[in-house]
Design a protein around this ligand. Structure first.
Ligand SMILES: *Cc1c(COP(=O)(O)O)cnc(C)c1O
Length: 446
């Protein structure tokens, strides 16, 4: 039952005393970022050496712990690809964007992205323990000069205080767990003082890049700010080490529910079998797979992109085949700020007025008979329906279903369909009647 995961150290670190190796400050200050450093551990390919020597490259920094997880003899190692740049990073592709999720456009104050009705993304630093080559926020991440100031933090807090519909704050960056412990605690404390904020989440890859950061001191501090949720970011089963298992155990014991967000990447994890192994190992370390993302259209990530169909194929290979708890949602984060859109295989094959035809993961096709009599939910007598909190301008498709709206129109729709005011002329004509409505007589009968 007990999880047995590996612990690795690259040979050059064999003589480092444990108390240094297991100290996160030592890991941070011994990060690798040059051809010379990295070559002591891995034999670099020409493409990697070229990229590492390029100007204007997105920042490279890798903890000794994380680089030790790479198999030095495998140029296609899935961990290596996530952190060692290659010349593929410098190749532009069609539809590539700097800020593909239009986060800057959705920021009422710097670093605060308010895209959804009841929750915000709060960017608290631009720094990470190690930098992912496919970073969706490479426009700001890694640059110490782009990090957020005290004034900006106060503006973020002020916006949150004045925006009562925000009940969920997601701290990200950069990585909130590389902040100085005092600063992180101050952010959590200030958020906890805002009465309408019900939950806080941290998005962090620190448990994966530097699991020794998850100290008892840290979890004791975090515990004071419940309900606190943490999403980590594991992409491949090789990242699940004895050290990561220990870190997630500490976080779980502190009462923090753990999720995982991963990115689907060519040559890293674009395989049903890798993904099944990944999600099964994640649930063993008490981490619930949450989202599997289609790779964003961000500069530098072109060589990681897969067809969207690959993600659907992976979900096809997980749902039903393994524990429901282990199946993430496959998400396309729509370019231009459209937000997260879930995609999955089709299980509904057809339907009539009281039957649906469905198929399961094995291809077994069956019928579910719907009730022939159903007393519809009565929103007039339902206290929840009566007291529903309005979502200004945000009722969306739900608004169509509950009668707030009749339609959602593309921009310019009304103008286009008024073509020369023909509709108005018809309406002004006293004899005009909409077909089949009103007197019951159509024009043809009169
Ligand atoms: C992803 C994201 C969230 C959180 O989305 P959930 O689906 O609730 O996890 C919130 N705000 C922004 C801007 C995001 O990109």
């Amino acid at each position: 039952m007990t999880a047995k995961f590996q612990s690795r150290r690259a040979p050059i670190y064999a003589d480092i005393p444990d108390e240094k190796w297991n100290n996160w400050r030592w890991q941070l200050s011994h990060r690798l970022n040059t051809v010379e450093d990295i070559e002591k551990i891995l034999k670099l390919t020409d493409s990697e050496r070229k990229a590492l020597s390029a100007q204007n490259l997105f920042r490279v920094d890798i903890t000794p712990y994380y680089i030790s997880l790479i198999d030095p003899d495998d140029p296609d190692d899935p961990i290596r690809k996530q952190v060692i740049p290659t010349s593929g990073e410098m190749v532009p592709f069609t539809s590539m964007m700097e800020d593909s999720l239009a986060e800057d456009k959705h920021s009422p104050v710097p670093g605060l992205v308010h895209r959804y009705p009841d929750r915000v993304l709060m960017l608290v630093t631009t720094q990470c323990a190690t930098y992912c080559r496919y970073c969706t926020r490479s426009r700001i991440v890694g640059d110490p000069a782009a990090t957020f100031s005290r004034d900006e933090f106060e503006m973020q807090i002020e916006y949150l205080k004045n925006t009562p519909q925000v009940r969920d704050v997601l701290l990200s960056g950069g990585d909130p767990l590389v902040l100085a412990p005092k600063i992180l605690e101050e952010i959590l404390r200030r958020l906890s003082e805002i009465p309408h904020i019900e939950i806080v989440r941290l998005g962090s890859r620190v448990p994966v890049f530097m699991p020794m950061r998850i100290t008892t001191e840290l979890t004791e501090m975090l515990e004071k700010y419940h309900p606190l949720w943490v999403n980590i970011h594991v992409n491949h089963p090789n990242e699940i080490s004895a050290e990561l298992a220990e870190a997630t155990d500490k976080l779980s014991k502190a009462g923090i529910p753990l999720g995982n967000q991963s990115v689907l990447m060519a040559g890293v994890n674009d395989c049903v079998h890798i993904q099944r192994d990944l999600v099964q190992k994640l649930v063993r370390i008490r981490v619930r797979p949450y989202y599997l993302y289609q790779c964003d259209l961000v500069e530098g990530a072109g060589h990681f992109r897969t067809p969207v169909a690959k993600g659907i194929e992976i979900i096809e290979g997980l749902r039903g085949h393994t524990s429901g708890y282990a199946v993430p949602q496959f998400i396309v984060d729509a370019p231009g700020g459209g937000g997260k859109i879930p995609l999955q295989p089709n299980y509904l094959l057809s339907y009539s007025d009281h039957k649906i035809v469905v198929r399961n993961y094995e291809g077994y096709v069956t019928v579910y008979e719907e009730p022939t009599e159903y007393a519809p939910h009565d929103s007039k007598t339902c206290a929840y329906c009566q007291s529903k909190r309005p979502e200004p301008g945000q009722s969306g498709i739900t608004g169509l279903l509950d009668g707030d709206k009749m339609n959602i129109k593309p921009e310019g729709f009304d103008l286009l369909h008024e073509r020369g005011g023909l509709q108005h002329r018809l309406k002004d004509d006293a004899k005009w009647q909409p077909l089949g409505i009103g007197s019951g007589e159509s024009k043809d009968n009169s």
